[in-house]
Design a protein around this ligand. Structure first.
Ligand code: KG4
Ligand code: ZN
Length: 366
């Protein structure tokens, strides 16, 4: 591949993202390692299609991707003022995610790669989140990543391209899921994170003493189901809920989340610092939809400072699901010569660190 395997290769890549409820396409130019530019970034959210069900319905998501992906790709190319012929490669999320949706995006990318003869990059969605700070902040690994979204809650040491170590994951609910379930219980609509945050700002966090799951325990794993149960019991006890009750529950929930996450992240920072003794610029990156939460950001900035880490949060539009991150991860892979054959498979499950120990009790829902 000559020039393409050179680490400073300049490359333009089309990225496609369809693993959950966003249909997205983007064109990104890689200037050199950890330096890039977004030429276009088109995201169509399916919130309206799923709202009535209070969560993402996989079959509806897959059909919605089918009906609009071609148009979104055309829009991304035209906004970048480029054609398929100008691309150096085609990247798509190949997992983990809702398999019907992943298949839509990956099959489309394969068809484009076959038709144009361009290389295909099958991108791990978690790797795309993990590498985003390279695109947005010019940050090169190693750094510590906290990924908190509707589907994932992970602490990962990003050591380099294709080299990740998972320190911790959730043994039950994802953090975004905990926000969404709390919102549903309190009739705040879907998705719940922003609504819970807005209510929390009006409430008194001291009124309820919710549990801080895993706080003080060794390691970096998370659990949120006990907190969810405590919220449900408090809400049931106070029926019918008044506006002040809802705000106080949200405030107490958010305070419990901040304490728990801060504790888990402290453990991860101590481990990361121990494993990178000579590293001067220690960075904690937060990504995923929950990274939009201001109380959590403020708390993590404090926790980071106490451990000698600076906090980086990419712009919210690039923290949540998008295709610019997929194009960027694809470009980094292409530059390293990591391309995929046209028979690469879509994967519903695809851990970033295949060697990570399973979390104790993982998959057990309370
Ligand atoms: O990364 P994302 O857009 O999609 C995936 O799940 O992949 O994350 C969505 C999640 C939802 O659970 C949503 O409730 C949560 O992020 N979220 C928030 C906030 N904004 C979005 N959670 C807490 N506070 C927020 N401000
Ligand atoms: Zn995501």
């Amino acid at each position: 591949m000559g020039e393409a395997t050179h680490n400073d290769a300049k490359l333009v890549v089309l990225g496609i993202e369809t693993s959950c409820d966003e249909t997205a396409a983007a064109v990104v130019e890689r200037l050199s390692e950890a330096r890039g530019r977004i030429l276009s970034n088109v995201v169509r959210s399916q919130l309206a299609e799923h709202r009535a069900y209070g969560g993402v319905v996989p079959e509806i998501a897959a059909r919605a991707h089918v009906s609009c992906l071609d148009h979104i790709i055309r829009t991304a190319l035209s906004e970048a003022d480029l054609g398929l012929k100008d691309m150096d490669g085609i990247a798509a999320t190949a997992g983990p995610g809702l398999i019907g949706g992943v298949l839509v995006g990956l099959s489309t990318a394969k068809a484009l790669a076959l038709a144009t003869g361009k290389p295909l990059m099958a991108v791990n969605h978690l790797e795309a989140h993990a590498l985003t700070p390279g695109l947005t902040e010019g940050l090169a690994p190693p750094y510590l990543l906290l990924l908190v979204s509707g589907g994932h809650t992970q602490l990962v040491a990003v050591e380099g391209l294709a080299h990740y170590r998972r320190y911790g994951t959730t043994i039950d609910d994802a953090l975004g899921e905990a926000f969404d379930k709390t919102a549903k219980l309190l009739d705040l609509g879907y998705p719940g994170g922003p609504a819970v945050e807005a209510e929390a700002r009006l409430g008194d966090a001291g009124r309820f003493d919710f549990p801080r799951p895993m706080k003080g325990r060794e390691g970096c794993h998370f659990s949120f189901s006990g907190l969810k149960t405590a919220v449900r019991l408090a809400a049931e006890r106070l029926q019918p809920l008044k506006a002040g009750d809802v705000a106080d529950i949200c405030a107490a929930f958010e305070a419990a989340v901040c304490d728990t996450v801060s504790d888990r992240v402290s453990h991860a920072m101590a481990r990361f610092a121990g494993e990178h003794p000579g590293l001067e610029d220690r960075v904690l990156v937060i990504a995923g939809g929950v990274a939009a939460n201001r109380a959590l950001r403020a708390r993590l900035a404090e926790t980071g400072a106490a451990h000698g880490f600076r906090l980086i949060a990419p712009p919210v539009a690039l923290c949540t699901d998008n295709a610019a991150m997929v194009a960027w991860a694809g470009a980094e892979r292409l530059a390293a010569g990591l391309t995929d054959p046209l028979d690469v498979v879509a994967r519903a499950r695809w851990p970033l660190d295949g060697e990570a120990e399973a979390a104790p009790f993982a998959g057990v829902k309370a």
